[in-house]
Ligand binder design. Structure first.
Ligand code: AMP
Ligand code: MG
Length: 343
């Protein structure tokens, strides 16, 4: 096995085509082609997503190779997202990766998307801490598809401790955002408008779910009902209060997450917390966790740099690299899966 293997990572589980080339833990290129078409539909349209992956994947791979300044024959293995995700989107990445592996005669490495969100922290300088988390730690995955607390004992030893019983946190933000008049994806828009808002102006209900599971549908209904009632008296309510509404939503969500993580810490005795997934780009959530970690020095909080929060090829490549180092290669006959599976 080469000392500094070069791995290509292909991510196509949702609406972003991500292709990255890494050498050891260094990112040589990380190309993401976004699909803006979904904006007008208020969410990802699976059929359109898979067609656009098909259109974009060759371009993304070519750009990744050019940016990395390597020759394709230098690539030692190809890793790709096998699941969970939208099946049509996954099939595009899988078919491409299989052909690429056969064409170059290099091994294939399949990657679980959620695991990859967490392992992105093992890329050199991928987090704002500029250091690697040490095992064991608690992974908090907050994304468009998932909201989970995972106990991570090693790269491939992970245990699901809690998960959302209904919608994911990203889904909720995106749905609330539509009501507020924003387009998809709504999370970044809520963050944008929350600036200078008074986060204490409005109070929203927090879910009471036992154990380490989450639930966000009650919170969503509470926000929507509140806005509906206010609009009855004042049709300009949203416009006049947008910053305070967004700030109050963010504050509630950050508190829900932190309270649940504190519960997980009490249960496991693990004080190292690793944030991952698109929603971890949110400044209020980042600030809440960081200032909590500063107050209690038993805690170590790891926060990904923004480019490594949402779906990207680098997280697939680093997870592939860890499998490559352990000779965990996969057969060309593997097939993608849509639903979450434990790793
Ligand atoms: P992922 O599924 O990991 O690609 O994450 C996508 C989700 O992250 C979407 O629901 C976005 O609305 C959400 N998101 C992205 N950036 C932010 C942000 N700055 N604040 C809140 N949510 C965000
Ligand atoms: Mg994701």
């Amino acid at each position: 096995m080469k000392k500094k293997p070069i791995i290509i990572g292909i991510e196509s589980s949702c609406d972003d085509t991500g292709v990255s080339i890494i050498q050891n833990r260094n990112v040589l290129s990380n190309i993401i082609i976004h699909q803006n078409i979904h904006k007008k539909y208020g969410g990802v349209v699976p059929e359109l997503a898979s067609r656009l992956h098909d259109k974009n994947i060759v371009k993304a791979v070519q750009e990744a190779i050019l940016t990395a300044k390597i020759n394709p024959y230098q690539i030692d293995a190809v890793s790709f997202t096998l699941g969970p995700g939208l099946i049509g989107s996954l099939l595009v990445g899988a078919s491409f990766a299989k052909s690429f592996s056969m064409g170059l005669g290099i091994p294939l490495l399949t990657v679980n998307h959620i695991q990859a969100h967490i392992l992105v922290h093992f890329i050199k300088n991928a987090n704002i801490n500029n250091s690697y988390p040490t095992f064991p730690f608690l992974g908090l995955v907050i994304s468009g598809g998932h909201t989970q607390i995972i106990k991570v004992s090693d790269f491939f030893q992970m245990k699901l401790l809690g998960s959302t019983l209904d919608n994911s946190i990203g889904e909720i933000l995106d749905k609330i955002a539509i009501i507020l008049g924003f387009y998809y994806p709504g999370g970044p828009m809520i963050e944008y408008y929350s600036k200078n808002g008074n986060e204490k102006k409005f109070t929203f209900s927090k879910p009471t779910v036992n154990g380490l599971d989450f639930s966000f549908s009650g919170f969503k209904s509470n926000v929507l009902q509140f806005i509906k009632n206010k609009l009855k008296d004042n049709t300009f309510f949203i416009k006049q209060n947008i910053s305070d509404i967004c700030a109050s939503i963010e504050k509630t969500i950050a508190e829900i997450l932190l309270e649940k993580v504190q519960k997980a810490v009490l249960k496991t005795g693990i004080y190292t917390i690793v944030l991952a997934g698109g929603v971890s780009a949110n400044h209020k959530i980042r600030k809440t966790f960081m200032s909590f970690g500063t107050k209690d020095n038993r805690y170590k909080i790891f926060i990904p740099k923004k480019e490594y929060t949402t779906d990207n090829g680098a997280m697939i490549a680093i997870t592939g690299l860890m499998k490559y180092k352990r000779n965990l290669f996969d057969s060309i006959h593997v097939t993608p899966y849509a639903k979450f599976k434990m790793f």
